[in-house]
Design a protein around this ligand. Structure first.
Ligand SMILES: *Cc1c(COP(=O)(O)O)cnc(C)c1O
Length: 396
């Protein structure tokens, strides 16, 4: 049995991606327990929010119980209403898509670009230009008749999405941009950090992410009114702290001080973690560039990725079955590897949703394999992974 990403390693296995907990985590957690500040108020929550806000260079950061809750709140404060539509990539972890449905809005699935695997900006533009019309200042999807309200690009695998054309299109049509930067904290594009370019951005601190709080998330925005509303909605929409007066239906989505304490300790080591990820990626790329049957993870010119999960492509024409065999071979030889996410437009809850010209995502899904990428991955483990990949390519 394979462990879930972010959970402890199974003995004898090189895990896909496990947390690195060797800094001030114990000290800060003990401080929470010793002082009884264990719940969703406390100095570590404020410190963690400040750290992330400083890092991204955006003034407002609101900590949440997880990244999915952050996305739900981000869509709400951005004004996404029931029966609106939100453009989202089909090749992503499912959280942003579910968050769209939590608001009562509908996803419209966009393809991945074949070169860098992120949401394809050209197809987004083409969809907006050709498949939508402006009506009373609002953009309407000609097929569904629904209002298109937002674009939700996801920076997958630690690599920034090509956001500039998406931001320009959003401006042209009056759409909001909600960035899902969960997998790509500190990645940047042309010098702009992910999470600093959209109207509102979300991060996750799940166990498998670059830094972890066990479970946790963050909403980041420039807009002070939206930030205030995010705080309000995440604390049960409480208008009066004494009288239990609630102005609307809110959520219990705040991060606890205990979790934030861990986040503060982890954030202190962000630079160190990123430099480890870069050195792992460099070793992999150097080996795979000259290995037949496998393509190293691509980096778009101008992009600065953080290599959250180093992912390779098997050769063109590889079937899902072959890729599965490949991953099984690695697994039975002590290397935990994983495929990318099943394209979401083909999953039961979303099979009826509109999917616009999806031509690449299924191919990437069939061919992609994520390899061990933990911050703590030793040089020896990297070499063992490379050797086992090479053997697997010979055999399968
Ligand atoms: C991890 C992740 C999230 C958030 O997940 P949580 O487990 O709820 O923190 C959101 N989007 C993407 C793309 C992710 O990888």
């Amino acid at each position: 049995m394979l462990s879930e990403p972010g959970s402890p390693a199974i003995t004898g296995m090189i895990p896909l991606c496990v947390p690195e907990i060797s800094g001030n985590e114990w000290t800060y957690l003990k401080d929470c327990l010793d002082t009884n500040w264990v719940s969703s108020a406390g100095s570590y929550v404020n410190r963690f929010e400040q750290q992330i806000s400083d890092y991204i260079g955006i003034p407002h950061a609101i900590a949440t119980v997880n990244g999915t809750a952050a996305l739900h709140i981000a869509l709400l404060i951005a004004g996404v209403q029931p029966d609106d539509e939100v453009l989202v990539p089909t090749l992503t972890f499912i959280a942003p898509v579910n968050a769209i449905r939590y608001t009562g809005a509908w996803p419209v699935f966009m393809d991945a670009d074949p070169e860098y695997w992120q949401m394809d900006p050209e197809k987004v533009l083409r969809f907006l230009d050709e498949e939508c019309r402006l009506s009373n200042g609002e953009l309407v999807n000609k097929t569904s008749g629904r209002r298109v309200k937002a674009i939700l690009p996801v920076h997958i695998l630690g690599h920034p999405c090509d956001l500039a054309p998406i931001l320009a299109a959003a401006k042209k049509y009056g759409l909001v941009v909600v960035e899902d930067a969960s997998e790509s904290l500190c990645a940047s594009d042309q010098g702009n950090l992910v999470g600093s370019m959209g109207d509102v951005s979300c991060f996750s601190f799940n166990g498998n992410k670059l830094i972890t709080t066990g479970g946790g998330g963050m909403v980041v925005t420039l807009n002070p009114k939206w930030a205030e509303r995010a705080r309000y909605l995440t604390t049960q929409a409480k208008d009066d702290p004494i009288e239990y007066f609630h102005g609307e239906i809110g959520f219990n989505y705040r991060l606890t001080n205990i979790q934030a304490a861990m986040g503060v300790a982890q954030t202190e080591r962000l630079e160190e973690f990123i430099s480890k990820k870069h050195s792992i990626a460099a070793a992999y790329t150097e080996a795979f560039v000259s290995m037949a049957g496998v393509t190293p993870m691509p980096v778009r010119p101008g992009a600065y990725p953080i290599h959250w999960l180093y992912t390779v492509l098997l050769e063109a024409g590889t079937t899902v079955e072959k890729r599965r065999e490949f991953i099984q071979y690695l697994g039975s030889n002590g290397i935990q590897a994983r495929p990318l996410w099943h394209p979401i437009h083909q999953l039961p809850p979303y099979i009826e949703s509109q999917a616009y010209r999806i031509e690449q995502a299924s191919d990437l899904y069939a061919r992609a394999v994520s390899l061990p990428s933990s911050v703590g991955l030793s040089a020896k483990e990297q070499q063992l992974t490379i050797q086992t990949v090479s053997k697997a390519l010979e055999i399968i």
